[in-house]
Design a binder for this molecule. Structure first.
Ligand code: NAI
Length: 457
């Protein structure tokens, strides 16, 4: 055998698994079709979007917030090529980081499109031709790609996906976004802050649908105040190139509506990327929902082939993929790696951010779990006032009888960081009282978590 483990895909699932496997002593190779390591998250997803969210937030705050601090500046301008250059530099330095990790851990990088030849062999085709490698185990970590709606062609210029919307060379005057999920809200915020008129069309009656109802409603109001326009309960039917951009037709409560904009961003979800992977040839079974079927060890229907990340069931999130990447490798070597699917945090990186983990209030009701709610606003917090970030609240759910912390839902400028504490407490099956009696430094925004916990008692 050439290898102990061949991993197909170098995103957060694949590269994290590779480093862990190498550290556990497995002779490991990673097959990647792109010239860059890091997958969607690093190259066209999480990282570049966060770079742009940060740049656009600075611009917005310079325009609207600096004067409150007694800082006067004149003639603020956006330099899109410079902003994109910075984003590319961030991405590039992280790509080099993964290359370094591969070298340091003696992981072979094989360039080309990987395809299953059988239970223990992978063929890799590239410009240099095709080559077959043999291996004890195979890990499929090929990620996902954006989906479109039936009959709508993504032309990459006027009708785009997030791949292009993180790299516009100028600020579109108007932008219609289809889908008020994480991508729609984050990229909608970026371009709206930079000056685009943004309208978001959403099929469901709420934005950020996976979140606690109260979080979704509050977020929507906050975004509307920032200038985003929402059309909820509206189902897009067609998107066509028009004279000056794009026209969209949609059904809103049995009425046809039309919209026009310079560009349209499709943000209606993603699907597993399994094209050319040879799943059928190797006999790898799929679920009814079109994802690769795995068991509790992340093993597919073929004994030596495993799969993790966006190609299998569960939320398409980088941190879920990473956690699975670690756990699957541990299972391969007989260790007991695990992933607690119930506590995977969910974050929208807007301003304020929304972050959530554990049970929502709706889920607690549905599952007939007796609960109590504790809530506290950032408006009452010293640090939030000092840094001018008073929007939002912490909402905690605890079991009515045992006080076990069941869920945490936060809207705050730094909710993505604050949620980690709540996830830890829930991971250790802690109570709201544990959280309330934990001493939090003063003044910090984390004190709002403590206050929300206190309010439960
Ligand atoms: P999403 O599944 O989060 O949201 C898509 C939205 O489009 C849904 O609310 C859906 O109701 C709506 N929609 C579907 N068909 C429609 C139609 N015909 N008309 C109007 N609305 C329609 O998908 P999104 O935002 O594209 O993200 C893709 C994946 O990437 C998700 O799994 C997401 O969690 C992940 N992601 C996560 C981020 C984060 O963690 N911050 C950031 C970006 C993406």
């Amino acid at each position: 055998m050439d290898y102990d483990l061949i991993i197909i895909g170098s995103g957060p699932a694949g590269y994290v698994a590779a480093v862990h496997a190498a550290k556990l002593g497995l002779k490991t190779a990673v097959v990647e079709k792109s010239e860059y390591l890091g997958g969607t998250c690093l190259n066209v997803g999480c990282i570049p979007s966060k770079a742009l969210l940060s740049s656009s937030e600075h611009f917005h705050y310079a325009e609207h917030g600096f004067s409150k601090h007694g800082i006067k500046i004149k003639g603020i301008e956006v330099d899109i090529p410079e902003m994109m250059k910075r984003k590319d530099k961030v991405v590039d330095s992280l790509r080099k980081g993964i290359e370094f990790l591969f070298k340091a851990n003696k992981i072979d990088r094989i360039n080309g499109l990987g395809s299953l030849e059988g239970a223990n062999s992978v063929s890799v085709s590239s410009e240099d031709g095709a080559k077959t490698y043999t291996t004890k185990n195979i890990l499929l970590a090929t990620g996902s790609v954006p989906v479109s709606l039936p009959g709508i062609d993504i032309d990459g210029t006027h009708i785009v996906t997030s791949d292009q919307a993180i790299a516009f060379d100028s600020i579109p005057k108007s932008l219609i976004i289809i889908g008020a999920g994480a991508i729609g809200l984050e990229l909608g915020s970026v371009w709206s802050r930079l000056g685009s008129q943004v309208e978001i069309i959403e099929f469901l009656p709420k934005v950020a649908a996976g979140f606690d109802e109260e979080i979704s409603k509050t977020l929507q109001k906050m975004f509307e105040k920032q200038g985003l326009k929402f059309h909820l309960n509206t189902k897009v039917q067609s998107v066509k190139a028009a004279k000056k951009g794009v026209s969209v037709t949609a059904m809103q409560e049995a009425k046809e509506k039309s919209f026009e904009a310079e560009k349209v961003l499709m943000a209606v979800g993603r699907k597993p990327f399994t094209e050319g992977l040879g799943l059928e040839k190797a006999g790898v079974a799929m679920t009814d929902r079109g994802r690769i079927q795995v068991d509790g060890n992340w093993k597919t229907s073929v004994d030596s082939i495993y799969a993790v990340g966006d190609v299998i069931d569960g939320p398409m999130l980088a941190h879920k993929a990473e956690a699975e990447g670690i756990a699957v490798v541990e299972r391969m070597v007989g260790q007991a790696g695990s992933v607690n699917a119930a506590l995977i945090p969910n974050v929208v990186y807007t301003n304020p951010e929304a972050a959530s983990s554990g049970l929502t209030e709706e889920a607690a009701k549905e599952q007939k779990i007796p609960y109590r709610v504790g809530k506290y606003q950032f408006l009452n917090n010293g640090r939030a006032k000092a840094v001018d970030q008073t929007d939002g609240f912490v909402k905690l759910l605890a079991h009515k009888e045992t006080d076990k912390l069941l869920g945490a839902h936060i809207i705050a400028s730094n909710a993505s960081e604050l949620i980690a504490e709540c996830v830890s407490v829930m991971e250790f099956s802690g109570s709201a009282e544990d959280l309330a009696r934990t001493i939090h430094a003063h003044p910090t925004m984390a004190e709002v978590i403590k206050e929300a916990a206190h309010s439960l008692h």
